[in-house]
Ligand binder design. Structure first.
Ligand code: GLN
Length: 443
């Protein structure tokens, strides 16, 4: 209570980081080994990390914040959880999210809302809103989230944390509740860039049980962090123009800070970005409609009482899924149906290819891209009721998932209203070292 009464800056300075904890744990381990001759057994215990409710932790409920999975107990650990345990970290505490990670405000959770620690009238962002709020509110040292179209970076920006989405395939999806399998990635939400690098190193690596896992040895980034590298960083002008004045202001300060660190800034435009949102919502809903067909009342979670099998399917799914999830299943089923498949799904795949090429063209001349995370700071609960308007809050994050690239959101400062403002750096596929180096120089 005494600590909580301190001014925010002093409180922040008192908070232990993941790195502090790892250092202390190592010292404790060495001490225990010296005393007993045995290594410190950290299996099942360790530095506590908060876990989004779509990542399996053996013996824990895993609900994806949906009624349909209420009471379902995970039978095994996701690979990322085993990786935490191997490194002396341990899952501790479930965090709220949008139902099946569909949303940008954590308002679609069946289990209620999560408040933004900086302003309780505002959303924490989504879908990993619980993870970001837990880190920003001082409940967790660090947390895991998942990012399909911005769900790590957008809540990190709204809550003033660091949030990182790895290159598609770098972190195993084994044990992650599938939303859109060609876009989903697990990643860290932390208090600072170095902690994000440390946690990313623990999560990443090739794994046989995820067929889309990148077949390459993981090269650790956290031990090689170098904020003094001089990089060429592209600023996307047409993205900057669309953002709210408070975001533009902090982005301009960020650009100046990057220049003063000796980086070279080049100005670029991303072509045809008006198709990003449409492309994402065709591909993501198509994959979601297929992935969510497994929730049939037979294999997982809740089952409705019914006289026939068909009625049981219908009732289970009608009662179990919320409105946003139903909307996506309907959309996805529509774009995959014969007659519409070519017009929507195939066309979206072609647009996805172009989006990837647009990024590749920029990376021929730049090491990193610097752009806003969101068009506005955190908005108030209930202020966005139109689903299409909500989809537009992902406008700066989703194309990065479509292109499979790594990106990191970090705090750039506060708006006049006292809300955090984030910026994001984006790197070429597998160039996480450059991503973290650039981010560290801006922190
Ligand atoms: N807000 C986006 C959506 O609703 C992204 C969600 C995510 O990244 N899981 O699909």
């Amino acid at each position: 209570k005494e600590a909580m009464a301190l001014p925010k800056e002093e409180l922040a300075a008192l908070r232990a980081t993941l790195k502090d904890n790892i250092t202390k744990n190592a010292a404790l381990g060495a001490y225990v080994e010296q005393l007993t001759g045995e290594p410190l057994n950290t299996l099942g215990e360790g530095i506590p990390i908060a876990i989004k409710d779509n990542i399996q932790v053996k013996g824990w409920n895993v609900t994806s914040a949906s009624k349909i999975l209420q009471g379902y107990v995970a039978p095994y650990n996701a690979t990322v959880i085993d990786n935490l345990l191997k490194h002396g970290l341990a899952p501790f505490g479930r965090t709220n999210m949008d139902e099946f990670a569909m949303g940008s405000s954590t308002e679609t959770s069946y289990y209620g809302k999560t408040k933004n620690p900086h302003n309780h009238a505002c959303v924490p962002g989504g879908s990993s809103g619980g993870s970001a709020a837990a880190v920003a509110g001082g409940l967790a040292i660090a947390a895991l989230g998942s990012d399909t179209g911005g769900s790590i970076r957008q809540p990190a920006a709204f809550c003033g944390c660091v949030g990182m989405k790895p290159t598609y395939g770098k972190v195993s999806r084994y044990g992650l509740g599938a939303f859109s399998s060609s876009l989903d990635q697990i990643g860290p939400i932390t208090q600072n860039v170095e902690d994000a690098a440390i946690l990313y190193d623990i999560l990443a690596g090739h794994e046989e049980r995820d067929s889309t896992s990148a077949r390459m040895a993981h090269e650790a980034v956290s031990a090689a962090l170098n904020p003094d590298r001089k990089l060429t960083i592209a600023v996307i002008e047409n993205f900057l123009e669309g953002a709210a004045p408070s975001i533009q202001e902090k982005m301009q300060e960020g650009i100046k800070a990057l220049e003063s660190q000796g980086h070279t800034i080049v100005y670029k435009n991303l072509m045809n970005t008006k198709y990003d949102v449409a492309t994402y919502y065709v591909i993501a809903t198509a994959e979601a409609s297929a992935n969510l067909s497994r929730y049939d009342g037979v294999r997982y979670g809740n089952r409705a009482e019914a006289a026939s099998l068909k009625e049981m399917y219908l009732k289970t799914r009608s009662e179990g899924f919320g409105d946003e999830v139903k909307r996506r299943i309907l959309l996805g089923t529509f774009v995959l149906s014969s007659g519409y498949y070519d017009a929507y799904y195939i066309k979206a795949q072609k647009a996805r290819h172009l989006i990837k090429e647009n990024y590749e063209a920029i990376f021929e001349e730049a090491d990193l891209i610097f752009m806003p995370v969101t068009p506005t700071p955190a908005f108030e609960f209930g202020s966005i009721s139109d689903p299409l308007e909500m989809y537009l809050s992902d406008i700066y994050t989703i194309s990065i998932n479509l292109a499979g690239l790594p990106a990191l959101a970090l705090p750039l400062g506060m708006s006049q209203e006292g809300l955090p403002i984030g910026g994001q750096l984006v790197a070429k596929a597998y160039a996480e070292q450059t991503l973290f180096d650039g981010a560290l120089s801006l922190e």
